[in-house]
Design a protein. Structure first.
Lengths: 87, 571
């Protein structure tokens, strides 16, 4: 398992569009992805759980990838969050 | 017959009614045909849902852009969510048919999203409700009217407009929308305004009154719908529709322009909003800031006070949406006439003269501090938030609020939380007392915003809800005009900005007077932004001054109104 910490910088946080983009980005890698935010562990392949967690701008999150292509998946996920999740 | 509701999207539409009646989605008689069979049905229905929704999304992307289609692509991902699907399959394994499995899981998610503190995220509950209805429709073969294939000139009549309905209808074919439920800030209202289709929402008994094929004339500005109007009425409506379409086309050139008078003086043109979602509409409409953010929505339709974090999130979201632009947030404006049950406010003999707004808040520092702290913290993000006190009648109230604000700053510093130490504290000028002592208040307040609706009512001592006296209610009354003039003058003398957030700020007759008096900021509803920008651009300083001088020399409200109507018509 690999993991990294990063911070949500886009103004709207993990809303419909950013969450869609996040799930679409990580799904092809095939590994399990967990996001830890505000003390909660979220299965990041689930857009419902990701949105329901109400992750805001400025929140520090930890992304954990476990399984095939985990290093590449983590790299892509962190880069996406750092680029502002498409906003 | 005329039906009344909330005018949620302005404009006039005339057409033929197409009613979408509640589908029968009762699945109690559906037998369980074995887990594998039910899962296959569910999968097939989900595939069809995805296929259709993707086709709708592609169409929307072409017509309106990718951002508008995000609701639909989001719905596909929500239904395809492995977490959601696995819960449905578990329910099927437990012996439920596909319909019941879908319904149970959707209801769980609706409850979950309805409970989150983020206002925009709560709208996801409507999306899941939409997924539920359409999936049940597919499973039960009880499908609804195909909204993408409506004939031209349709007045769409529905119980509630779901997100998928709103995006799948084309504004070339739908000329107006009527619903039984929904209000000014509902998801449907926002989408209808984005499509620029006139809409009247929240019409009780709508589907009983309207039949398919009826001619319906809809006034989305006034919130009225005429069923089977006679020929003369229809002709009058048609003329108004033509005028509306023509004006709307002419206004488009003002969308990305700076707000300037004909001789080049800039004034700020801001928007009045009542929710976070409204801020988006305001930004899209070209508002240069928010002149009035009513915070009551945070407190209504619930059972307990919103905590500091929830309030902070709402203020922060609007601050972010308007980043770089000013956002004036009015603190809680409630009284005995507005029902917030959990505040246990007493019924009063004269609620408009009673324990309300700033009076109530200063007596409840426990509750007021929460709001002030949330505002101070949200102000730290972009430094663009200003705090506005409602219904001020004396200097003590400003001092009282400032003392509380300073107390909150000290607390926040001690707790090490970020806040805006320079946040501006201003007041609504909406009582005759405040108008008469505007010079004294200007020494205490960071800015003024004139609330013409209440100022008119209190100055003339008239209840505009009382049909016998409502004709006395007019902002053209010389007493109201003198008040406005002296408040602006007092603000200018003290060097503080003066705005106006009442309906008068968007009134074409009032605009020359307000320009002549030196108003700095006009705050209007998002849908009035372009029209107000045009009217301001039509006037130059000397003409406005001359018009104001003549108007102020007249004796009666009727004379002033007629004179100003002529003056603006002769431009």
């Amino acid at each position: 398992m690999v993991s990294a910490k990063t911070t949500i910088i886009n103004p709207m946080g993990m809303h419909m569009r950013p969450a869609q983009l996040f799930v679409k980005t990580i799904t092809p890698f095939g590994c399990d992805v967990t996001v830890i935010a505000n003390g909660r562990e979220i299965n990041a392949r689930s857009i419902m759980n990701l949105m329901a967690a109400c992750i805001k701008q400025g929140t520090e999150i930890e992304i954990c990838c476990n399984g095939s292509n985990e290093a590449d998946c983590l790299k892509a996920a962190v880069a996406l969050v750092e680029s502002g999740l498409g906003e | 017959m005329t039906l009344h509701g909330v005018g949620a999207s302005a404009g006039i539409g005339i057409g033929t009614a197409v009613c979408v009646r509640e589908q029968n989605l009762d699945y109690t008689s559906v037998p369980f045909s074995g887990a594998e069979q039910e899962k296959a049905r569910l999968r097939a229905a989900a595939d069809l849902f995805t296929q259709r929704t993707q086709a709708m999304a592609d169409d929307i992307t072409n017509r309106l852009g990718e951002a508008e289609a995000a609701i639909l692509t989001g719905q596909i991902m929500m239904l395809e969510d492995p977490f959601m699907l696995s819960q449905m399959e578990e329910a099927i394994d437990a012996g439920k048919c596909a319909e019941e499995a879908l319904d149970t899981v959707c209801q769980t998610f609706i409850a979950m999203f309805s409970g989150v503190e983020d206002e925009l995220m709560r709208q996801r509950a409507a999306d899941i409700g939409d997924i539920r209805t359409r999936m049940l429709g597919i499973l039960l073969h009880a499908e609804s009217v195909d909204l993408a294939a409506l004939p031209e000139g349709t007045v769409l009549v529905v119980h509630d407009l779901t997100p998928s309905m709103t995006v799948s209808l084309s504004k070339e074919h739908v000329c107006a929308i009527l619903t039984e439920v929904g209000g000014q800030t509902s998801h449907s209202a926002i989408l209808a305004r984005a499509l620029e289709v006139p809409a009247v929402l929240g019409v009780p008994g709508l589907l009983d009154a309207v039949q398919d094929g009826m001619t319906v004339a809809v006034d989305g500005t006034e919130g009225a719908a005429l069923l089977c109007p006679d020929e003369a009425t229809l002709a009058a409506f048609q003329a108004r529709r033509d005028k509306w379409l023509e004006e709307r086309a002419l206004l488009q050139v003002y969308r990305d322009r700076d707000t300037r008078t004909a001789d080049g003086r800039h004034v700020d043109l801001y928007a009045n909003i009542g929710s976070v979602a409204d801020a988006k509409a305001a930004a899209e409409a070209g508002a240069e800031g928010i002149g009035l953010f009513r915070t009551e929505f945070l407190f209504m339709d619930r059972t307990a006070l919103p905590d500091e974090e929830e309030q902070y999130q709402a203020y922060a979201q609007v601050s972010d949406l308007m980043a770089g632009k000013e956002v004036i947030i009015r603190t809680l404006d409630v009284g005995g006439d507005k029902g917030i049950a959990y505040l246990e406010m007493e019924r009063e003999e004269n609620p408009f003269l009673g324990h309300r707004a700033i009076r109530y808040c200063l007596d409840r520092p426990d509750l007021y501090r929460v709001q002030l702290r949330a505002l101070l913290r949200a102000g730290a993000r972009h430094g663009n938030i200003k705090i506005m006190l409602p219904l001020v009648s004396g200097v003590e109230e400003v001092r009282g609020a400032r003392a509380l604000l300073e107390e909150c700053k000290t607390q926040l510093s001690a707790e090490g939380l970020a806040f805006d130490p320079h946040i501006s504290l201003g007041i609504m000028v909406e009582t005759p007392a405040a108008a008469l002592i505007a010079d004294l208040l200007a020494r205490e307040a960071g800015f003024f915003s004139i609330g013409t609706n209440d100022l008119t009512q209190y100055t003339i001592a008239v209840d505009r809800g009382n049909a016998k006296v409502e004709k006395l209610y007019t902002c053209y009354h010389p007493a109201v005009l003198r008040s406005i003039r002296s408040v602006i003058a007092a603000g200018k003398a003290a060097g503080i900005p003066v705005g106006m957030c009442g309906e008068a700020a968007a009134d074409p007759r009032m605009i020359p007077l307000l320009l002549a008096f030196g108003l700095d900021e006009f705050s209007v509803s998002p849908s009035s932004i372009l029209a107000a920008r045009k009217q301001i651009a039509d006037w130059n300083g000397p003409d406005a001054l001359r018009t104001a001088e003549q108007a102020m020399a007249l004796d009666t409200a009727a004379q002033v109104s007629d004179f100003l109507a002529q003056a603006s018509a002769s431009l």
